[in-house]
Design a protein around this ligand. Structure first.
Ligand code: FAD
Length: 456
């Protein structure tokens, strides 16, 4: 293959969230970048439906956006969410802050974010984004893309020297890698699907629920969540079993839906005037965890984002992890140089794989927390005790959620390991606790002190 250099042209498959940010990073390094995207240009077509309308963006994502200087622009169109608000079956509310005062995750519109990143990428000299180009096949040894022009059906080939697969959970680039020798691959679906619904804006574009919060209706084996939009509405998502007593299969008519929602989400239903239409018009999305390895093919192809590690959405980290991929790749290029792609690609997958595996586990773990544990008063008491420990031992005790969400210098794997150590300590502490004041009891204080001394 031709010798690599700092101005070597690079190809990216997929102009989604990760592909468009990656284009910006690579162009800033001086590379001409060619991006191919199956869908039409979302800036011209109006945003086509599909994956969730708004996303929670947190510190790992912010760091990646700041790395190309766009975090401030995007923060202006985000809504900070400082806490979880839990809605019980009677419409009673309980609250759980996400972090310390002023720490927030941000509700960001997916379409706006993607369009902003595409605009910024295209402003860079040397970036060319071609829409309506679907990758049909990839000739790995020959380094050729076999593309179809979606509008005309016409197929054509494009040669590449280096290709980045950012084409999402059902990546065609990964499909080609999967057919090479000694490639591991697994996909695991939950028996749950999701449905996107709308909580309407109030009069004059006001918010009918607390604006700066992520709302959760935990119901044991299912849940609904809602994130705020700038226009006063909320984008709600129902996560619900496909089959069974309470399931998508059990709700067949508008009357079924109305009765069920009125029983289980009584405070939300009056705010959802489009409920039955949306329930039957909107598709039911599935939820999958995809793991694979290796992510690189020799020194010519590298997977990033959902193409390498699709996870379930319950920690709000899929996009953040994909954005963090861009940060890490950029750091490795700084350290190792662009004339060293074999080493860069190897280092990238070696460093990222344990972290994205940990994140996949964390996302599955948080599903149980969100749908079930947050409704348990003992769990909420435990969280209060943990924040007291954190205040007493700053730096030593950091809540798991904060490590994952607000501590971008801690890797996902370190966060998960520390979280498990802390959970083991709490399993010993909580039997001694009946209320918040019990935290000051001498036996609790000494147990915590001892456990921390031996755990760290
Ligand atoms: P994608 O966004 O899927 O983009 C891939 C692109 O490649 C697409 O534009 C696609 O059209 C294109 N493409 C695909 N195949 C081809 C082909 N053959 N040829 C050419 N182009 C192709 N993450 C968070 O961080 N926070 C959240 O709150 C959050 N909530 C979520 C809620 C739900 C319900 C879901 C499903 C996911 C959520 N995520 C969240 C995860 C997030 O959506 C993904 O991690 C993120 O979109 C991954 O970005 P990507 O660019 O890797 O893939």
């Amino acid at each position: 293959s031709a010798p690599a250099s700092a101005d070597e042209p690079l190809a990216i498959m997929g102009a989604g969230l990760v592909g468009s940010l990656l284009a910006l990073y690579l162009a800033r390094r001086g590379h001409p970048v060619q991006v191919f995207e199956r869908l039409p240009d979302p800036r011209q077509q109006g945003l086509l439906g599909g994956r969730s309308i708004n996303l929670a963006l947190s510190d790992r994502g912010w760091r990646a956006l700041a790395g190309v200087g766009v975090a401030d622009d995007i923060r202006q169109v985000g809504i900070p969410m400082y806490r979880r608000v839990m809605h019980d079956g009677q419409g009673q509310l309980t609250f759980q802050p996400y972090g310390q005062e002023n720490q927030a995750i941000y509700s960001i519109n997916r379409g706006n974010l993607n369009c902003t990143l595409l605009d910024l990428a295209e402003q860079e000299p040397g970036v060319q984004i071609t829409f309506g180009q679907k990758l049909l096949q990839l000739d790995l040894p020959g380094r050729r893309l076999h593309l179809q022009d979606v509008a005309t059906g016409h197929a054509h080939d494009v040669a590449y020297q280096r290709l980045f697969g950012a084409d999402g959970a059902f990546s065609a680039v990964r499909g080609a890698l999967q057919r090479t020798d000694r490639t591991d691959y697994s996909q695991q679906y939950l028996e749950y699907g999701y449905k996107e619904l709308t909580i309407a804006a109030g009069e004059g574009g006001s918010w009918q629920l607390e604006k700066n919060a992520l709302h959760i209706w935990p119901r044991g084996n299912f849940l609904m969540i809602a994130l705020p939009n700038l226009d006063g509405s909320f984008n709600a998502t129902l996560f619900f079993p496909y089959e069974g007593d309470k399931s998508f299969a059990a709700l067949q008519t508008p009357a079924d839906v109305t009765t069920f929602f009125t029983t289980v989400f009584p405070d939300a239903v009056p705010l959802m005037p489009q409920l039955t239409e949306e329930f039957f018009d909107h598709p039911t999305g599935s939820l999958v965890t995809i793991r694979c390895f290796p992510w690189a093919y020799r020194d010519s192809v590298l997977l990033l984002g959902d193409a390498a590690h699709a996870i379930v959405p319950f920690y709000g980290q899929g996009m953040n992890a994909g954005f963090e991929d861009c940060t890490v790749l950029n750091q490795l290029l700084d350290q190792l140089g662009e004339d060293n792609w074999p080493t860069v690609m190897k280092a990238f997958e070696t460093q990222r794989k344990p972290n994205t595996d940990a994140m996949a586990d964390l996302a599955l773990y948080n599903f149980v927390e969100m749908r079930d544990r947050v409704a348990d008063p003992r769990f909420l008491l435990q969280k209060k005790i943990e924040s007291k420990i954190a205040a007493q031992y700053p730096g030593q005790w950091v809540p798991l959620y904060s490590r994952v969400t607000f501590s971008p210098d801690t890797s996902y794997a370190e966060a998960w390991a520390a979280g498990q150590r802390q959970e083991a300590i709490m399993a010993r502490v909580m039997p001694l606790i009946q209320n918040e004041l019990d935290f000051d009891k001498p036996e609790v204080q000494s147990l915590v002190a001892q456990a921390l001394a031996s755990a760290y």
